[in-house]
Design a protein around this ligand. Structure first.
Ligand code: MG
Length: 161
């Protein structure tokens, strides 16, 4: 049995007039949301790249180019589900997902369980096998200045024989 890990990273700019969607959960009352071609869900995008990385299947930009109108305002959890299916087609089973969202504001802890509940079934896992963590930029850098939100993810996959 072959086990592999993959890393994913993404960041998007905060903008007025956009929804804030993280891990497939729309954060109520957010003053600004993330700008992007899709729903700009950085957490789901980092998770997608972690899965693709673990399986050696490229990156999100190859599979979902932002020049393609099909992905405008796309639900990124649906893309994550599609990518998990793509891995399955290639003989890989997702075993674990861990992620960190780096966001100055708003506080996101109250939405952790909802994010886990949305992400887990998309990749065929139980909510306890998908961990989501939150931290801030401590006032430093683009996150700390409130210019954007970033996310990191690590996925573990197993090859079926
Ligand atoms: Mg992205």
């Amino acid at each position: 049995m072959s086990t592999r890990s993959g890393i994913g990273y993404d960041s998007h700019r905060l903008a007025e007039g956009r929804r804030l969607v993280l891990g497939g959960v729309e954060i109520p009352g957010a003053e600004r949301g993330l700008a992007g071609h899709s729903d700009a869900d950085v957490l789901s995008h980092a998770a997608i790249d972690a899965l693709l990385g673990a399986a050696g299947l490229g990156d999100i930009g190859q599979h979902y180019p932002d020049t393609d109108e099909r992905w405008r305002d796309a639900d990124s959890v649906a893309l994550l589900r599609e990518v998990a299916g793509f891995l399955d087609d290639h003989g890989w089973s997702v075993r674990h997902l861990d992620a960190t969202v780096i966001c100055e504001a708003p506080a996101l802890g109250a939405h952790r369980d909802a994010m886990r509940a949305r992400l887990a079934p998309a990749v065929g896992l139980a909510p306890l096998e998908v961990n989501v963590k939150f931290t801030t930029g401590e006032g430093m850098g683009f996150v700390g200045r409130g210019e954007g939100i970033a996310a990191l993810a690590v996925a573990t996959v197993e090859r079926r024989d």
